[in-house]
Design a protein around this ligand. Structure first.
Ligand code: IPE
Ligand code: IPE
Ligand code: MG
Length: 255
């Protein structure tokens, strides 16, 4: 009997950097607004949360892809300070999903040499999740592969406000004066301290907005929006985004 034909999974087709991408011009830092999980589920007659579950599979492969293709930093928006306004069941599901996935994937992240960071107002997360986050950040802190940053209970405005509060406190204590406050100094008080600004922002599901993500850091980021829903965003889609990025002319205000 003839063996059954199994098509190659997409990731096998894109196991290494596609030849028409220039390895010298890859973004050093890619940020992603992972949107459209709810719509993906609705299209299939499933509860919204099934979209979130499927979305974690997409994320796992994107992270592996960054390693395979040589992109050193990936930052994703997992939960915004505004997402608390969703139904309680959905919020609880998401928080539990983060905790479970983190527990399941920690060994794999170590194997892949991933340095995991969380940014956002982490103290307001449920205690068990906050502990899991701290544990995983400590465990992976000396890894030298991809720097993977997950924005959880993150809001760009909140990030800037907390930076201002801490700077004001330093001034009050006499550690430095008001005219020593510069953009460089302020950046040291942001959650993203030490990370380069994103070169590329990808938003899935077609919405043309930043939804309070990395407001400071996105000042000169190239933005790529695709109608593809997050659970369907695969390596081929990522390839398209990188191709579009490499065709952009970045000016930074110059001519
Ligand atoms: C993004 O998908 C995931 C989170 C915001 C947590 P959504 O849940 O926003 O999906 P849509 O936008 O309703 O389709
Ligand atoms: C942004 O998506 C937040 C995350 C992806 C975590 P939303 O779905 O919350 O954004 P809006 O409400 O469409 O602006
Ligand atoms: Mg959405």
């Amino acid at each position: 009997m003839a063996p059954e034909f199994t098509p190659l999974p997409t990731y096998k087709k894109f196991a290494t950097l596609p030849p028409n991408l220039d390895p010298a011009k890859l973004p050093r830092h890619v940020a992603v607004i992972m949107d459209g999980n709810g719509r993906w589920a609705r299209q299939r007659g499933l509860p919204r949360v099934m979209g979130h579950r499927q979305g974690t599979e997409t994320l796992k492969d994107l992270l592996r892809c960054c390693k395979d293709w040589g992109i050193p930093a990936l930052t994703v928006y997992a939960f915004s300070t505004e997402n608390w306004q969703r139904p309680k069941e959905e919020v609880n599901f998401l928080l539990l999903l983060f905790e479970n996935v983190l527990g399941q994937e920690l060994a794999e992240l170590m194997r892949q040499d991933v340095r995991l960071q969380f940014i956002g107002n982490l103290v307001d997360l449920p205690a068990s999740l906050a502990e899991q986050i701290q544990r995983s950040m400590t465990l992976t802190q000396n890894n030298r592969g991809v720097t993977f940053t997950v924005a959880t209970n993150y809001g760009g405005r909140q990030e800037i406000v907390q930076a201002c509060q801490r700077i004001a406190m330093e001034v009050q204590c006499g550690h430095f004066s008001v005219d020593e406050i510069t953009a460089e100094l302020l950046e040291r008080y942001l959650y993203t301290r030490g990370l380069p600004d994103p070169d590329l922002l990808i938003r899935t599901s077609g919405e043309m907005r930043v939804s309070n993500f990395l407001l400071w850091q996105l000042a000169y980021t190239e933005i790529y929006v695709t109608p593809t829903l997050w659970p369907d965003f695969d390596r081929e889609e990522f390839y398209r985004a990188l191709l579009a990025y490499q065709q952009r002319e970045r000016r930074f205000g110059k001519i």
